[in-house]
Design a binder for this molecule. Structure first.
Ligand code: CMC
Length: 429
């Protein structure tokens, strides 16, 4: 924080507002007193220039293509760490010691089972329901099952709710998958790590033993790690806004899942692979590039573009390499979607439209190819994103609830509706 000031000159007055300097990133102007001092609002639909909170969890430099969690670069975390260690880092701000990590892993592992009554809750859904619809409902319903971790003002209950959410989300996603395919639910296994256990719950059946393929487990863990948190994106801001009213953690995270589902956000991973398959072969790429550039066509190249990254998305670069490795290791040669993706990336990056608008592949561009190689249907891509992002939502929620400056979120508006008018009786209309 500094004592720099910004000056706003209005028609008849001059307002001074403090400027704060962050540890990294652009300065922010504190406009919170603007309405009381000058009677005007600021206007920023989509929050393109608005910092809505203080946070010390994740930092993104969109120009440099840099993503840091608690200061550590995502490339190093993806390469040298693993998902549960990153969860610890996001939640508590430091890398754990051997003992701390062991305790944390134990704690998460021992909270993975769901209340048995919740199994019946799944059966209320149609079998063909999208797993994101099921997850939104089931996670919201956790507040009806875990009454002893709803009190947001109690730090111990906050901690219990955080662990429950991180631990049970893979179980819920896997059950939504099993329910959809008509197979029996698989209980979690405590001898497996987080990613392997998720694969087991998705792909094992009670009729035979299931051996986790370490290549798939490593690829799964990396996907979780790369999606763990991403600063104040739409679903995280949704969680924060929901929680600003004091709503319970399960309700807030369910709101985040609902927001993530949209195709402009987490739903893009499913939409992107659908498009790669629709393109089908490299010969058809120019047709789809032309459609993406056509102002009269609502079509967009899913998996391209980002609100913050204007150079490259570091997560996409790691996933591109990972897609090559995983498909190679699995002996999947000449995957048509991967061939289309590689060529599409090349063509788009050389195209003036994409260069001018700074549109680059984002995290969703290559993740679907890896998830499909692991064996997931497209409808599971966004639920997997939700599993991974839970720790980000929970960390940001904990940070916010513990912030003494917490206020209910209440944006204002630029009203463009009718002026005050008198009610007309129905016979006079
Ligand atoms: N294909 C074609 N044109 C695009 C695309 C695209 N994927 N993305 C943006 N544009 C154009 C857009 O038409 C606009 O052009 P103009 O200035 O002529 O109106 C310009 O680029 C700026 O786009 P915008 O929608 O104003 O930018 P935004 O920052 O509001 O949106 C975005 C960012 C990610 C929603 C958008 O790029 C998009 O819809 N991408 C496709 C969906 C996608 O891949 N989403 C995943 C994002 S990363 C993971 C996550 O958040 O979950």
């Amino acid at each position: 924080m500094t004592n720099k000031m910004a000056k706003l000159i209005l028609e008849n007055s001059e307002i001074e507002m403090p400027i704060y300097s962050p540890s990294m990133g652009p300065d922010v102007i504190d406009i919170s007193k603007l309405y009381t001092q000058a009677g005007v609002f600021t206007y920023d639909p989509g929050f393109t220039s608005t910092a809505a909170c203080d946070s010390s969890i994740t930092f993104i430099d969109g120009e440099k293509g840099e993503l840091l969690h608690r200061g550590y670069p995502i490339e190093q975390l993806a390469e040298q760490s693993h998902y549960l260690e990153v969860c610890y880092l996001l939640l508590y701000g430091v890398l754990p010691t051997v003992l701390e990590l062991d305790n944390f892993e134990n704690l998460v592992t021992r909270h993975t089972m769901l209340h048995e009554q919740m199994m019946h809750f799944f059966r209320g859904f149609r079998r063909d329901a999208h797993p994101m619809a099921v997850m939104t409902g089931v996670v919201g319903a956790m507040s009806a099952f875990y009454h002893d971790s709803l009190e947001v003002n109690d730090p111990f209950q906050r901690q219990v709710a955080s662990i429950r959410l991180i631990a049970k989300m893979p179980t819920i996603a896997a059950m939504a998958f099993k329910y959809n395919s008509g197979q029996p639910f698989m209980y979690p296994r405590n001898d497996l790590d987080y990613a392997s256990n998720f694969l087991q719950m998705c792909f094992a059946v009670p009729a035979e033993d299931y051996q986790v393929n370490p290549i798939l487990s490593r690829a799964m863990d990396r996907i979780f790690t790369l999606h763990a948190d991403h600063e104040q994106n739409a679903s995280t801001s949704t969680v924060r806004l929901a929680s600003s009213s004091g709503a319970n953690p399960f309700a807030c995270i369910a709101a985040g899942i609902a927001c993530l589902w949209g195709p402009a956000h987490g739903g893009a991973n499913q939409a992107c692979l659908e498009i790669l398959k629709e393109i089908g072969s490299v010969e058809r790429i120019p047709e789809f590039i032309a459609r993406a550039k056509d102002k009269n066509d609502p079509f967009r190249l899913m998996g391209f573009g980002h609100r913050v990254y204007k150079n490259f998305d570091p997560r996409a670069q790691i996933l591109k390499k990972s897609a090559d490795e995983v498909l190679d290791l699995l002996g999947v040669q000449g995957n048509p979607a991967l061939q289309v993706a590689r060529e599409l990336e090349k063509v788009a990056l050389a195209d003036p439209y994409f260069q001018e608008k700074k549109l680059f592949p984002n995290v969703d561009f290559y993740s679907g190819i890896i998830l499909e190689a692991i064996g997931f249907p497209m409808s599971m891509f966004t639920p997997i994103f939700a599993v991974a992002r839970t720790v980000g939502w929970v960390s940001q929620w904990k940070e916010m609830v513990g912030d003494p400056k917490l206020k209910i979120g209440r944006p204002r508006q630029l009203y463009i509706g009718e002026k005050k008018r008198a009610y007309l009786n129905i016979k006079d209309r």
